[in-house]
Ligand binder design. Sequence first.
Ligand SMILES: *[C@@H]1O[C@H](CO)[C@@H](O)[C@H](O)[C@H]1NC(C)=O
Ligand SMILES: *[C@@H]1O[C@H](CO)[C@@H](O)[C@H](O)[C@H]1NC(C)=O
Ligand SMILES: *[C@@H]1O[C@H](CO)[C@@H](O)[C@H](O)[C@H]1NC(C)=O
Ligand SMILES: *[C@@H]1O[C@H](CO)[C@@H](O)[C@H](O)[C@H]1NC(C)=O
Ligand SMILES: *[C@@H]1O[C@H](CO)[C@@H](O)[C@H](O)[C@H]1NC(C)=O
Ligand SMILES: *[C@@H]1O[C@H](CO)[C@@H](O)[C@H](O)[C@H]1NC(C)=O
Length: 542
Amino acid sequence: MIVVHVLMVSVSSSFSECFSAKSYISGNVLTDQLNLHLLPFERLDKITNENLCQMYLPNKVVVAQIHYDDISFPRPGEDEVSFLYKFNQEIIVTFQLSHADYEHIFDKNITMYELWYDVNLVKVNNSVNTIEHTKYNGTNCFQKLEMEYTIYEDIDIKVLPNNCNVKINANIQVYIEFQEGQVNNQIPIYPCVSSCDPSEFQLSLTNFSQIRTYRVKKTPATASHLSSFYSNFVENRRIQISLNLKFDTNGIYTVISNTFNNIQHKDNFACKSLDSHLGIYALLNPNVVSVQYRDSLVNKLVCNISAKYVKVDLYMFDNVTSVNRKQTSKILDFDNSIGIEFQKDSQFTLLRENFQPSVTKTTVVVSYLSETLEIMWEILIYSDPVYIGCVERATLHLYENHNCLEYILDKHDQCVVQRMTAQQKNVLGIYYKSKGIQKSLGMYRFHYAVDYSISKHEVCFVCEEYQPGVTYAKPSCEENQKLTKQLIKTEEIGFGIVSACEFIIFNTAVTEYKSIYVPVILSSSLICVLVIITIITFVQKL
Ligand SMILES: *[C@@H]1O[C@H](CO)[C@@H](O)[C@H](O)[C@H]1NC(C)=O
Ligand SMILES: *[C@@H]1O[C@H](CO)[C@@H](O)[C@H](O)[C@H]1NC(C)=O
Ligand SMILES: *[C@@H]1O[C@H](CO)[C@@H](O)[C@H](O)[C@H]1NC(C)=O
Ligand SMILES: *[C@@H]1O[C@H](CO)[C@@H](O)[C@H](O)[C@H]1NC(C)=O
Ligand SMILES: *[C@@H]1O[C@H](CO)[C@@H](O)[C@H](O)[C@H]1NC(C)=O
Ligand SMILES: *[C@@H]1O[C@H](CO)[C@@H](O)[C@H](O)[C@H]1NC(C)=O
């Protein structure tokens, strides 16, 4: 008995030292949750004598309570809140409050937490060092929040603020928070002190609604934060990134936290401003996943970047499935292709089957890399819609005076083509591919409606329907039709039922040379390129 008693005494005096006096509470205004962050005691490793935190407690159950002056959580009668002790680690204990209880404690600046160590029935009380309440989105402080970065360097944040109750003074803390593995890390944003824009974050500008820019400049104070941010961001473009403003009212911190609406690399090679054809769209086709890069017959940009490689990082996800594929190619191969293809696999198939226009999204990053694989510039689309392409198989029939394309549509009620007007549907393109380079053999506009509710179709393209004003392999329709017949014996031929098509790239089109009655089977790559931008714009308005 005496031994037990002695142990209890030493346990009780040592237990308070398992956690730091800096342990704090962070509340989530959106979910009415309080998180008690139990930080490990700073000098745990210095406790050499009977280190109970290390010897007895690991993986033992600890029961936790939070006490305010007039109320405790969990409330009497509610389930107890407990956790398993882990030595020398931050432990986050969550308390779910009712909305009314949350409002009641919202402005209380003193809180105790009580831990009950089951091993020896020891209870320990400690005060909470700081209390903060985070308002995610809820406060609508920003209508728009955009990040523009220069890779490995400065970050500019452009905002459209609402009139919001945020006090700008020397005590405000502004920072970018980003995910780093299981934890969050921060990049501090300091007020501008010299050569500031009039609307830039600076202490003389006390009206929050007038601040339009926040800047992270690369300085000795921010360099290591920036470096860990970029290494995480380059690895995973879907990490959570938010702008946070934290200020103190009567000893309670309020954090205004908002995720970015848009993240872009600075257009420092003028690639975006010079290139009217740039536009990234991702398509889930029956047989392949394709990313449309430019609405033209090559990926090559107008701007001048002396890159050696291009890396395409594709993310496609819904609320259940998430896919990430990366592909690096030599710049010449990339420049001469139309779009980018990824092999379809079971996960993409799942995304296609469960496709929902507002849930299935894509993030695509195209990075231009130097000889040493350093990123020089990149363009990204961030959680954009995914489109469903539906042409599954196509057969080309060549006749004396015209060519016809027979194609089978895959049954999917969200095919992008289903969402077009009749007029938009009726353009057909034909291409060939030689040594990786795509060339157009003609675009044709039909004067009759193609019925996309039927799965098997044949459309014939004749020179009366030829679309001028596009650069083709040969100048005239007749010459292009003739070339088609020659090429079909040796080259891969692809089709775009552009129809605003199914701007599809797919590999399984089968071509058949009918006029000589000897079928020549070739695999081909179907690409619908032209006019896509206007069509996508149209679809997005739906
Ligand atoms: C801890 O503090 C709370 C609130 O002040 C009190 O109700 C409780 O009895 C204390 N527990 C111990 C073990 O002192
Ligand atoms: C905040 O809003 C953005 C879009 O406006 C949304 O994607 C995000 O999920 C919201 N965050 C929370 C915590 O509700
Ligand atoms: C802050 O600026 C906004 C926009 O310019 C203005 O509407 C508002 O009245 C200003 N508030 C104060 C307290 O000056
Ligand atoms: C706690 O809040 C009260 C008002 O609610 C205030 O008088 C007091 O100074 C605050 N305490 C601290 C430590 O800020
Ligand atoms: C492209 O950039 C390189 C170096 O960045 C420069 O040497 C070259 O002259 C530029 N070419 C054009 C056409 O501007
Ligand atoms: C995903 O979203 C759909 C529709 O919004 C919903 O029916 C489904 O339950 C969600 N699945 C999960 C795991 O949240």
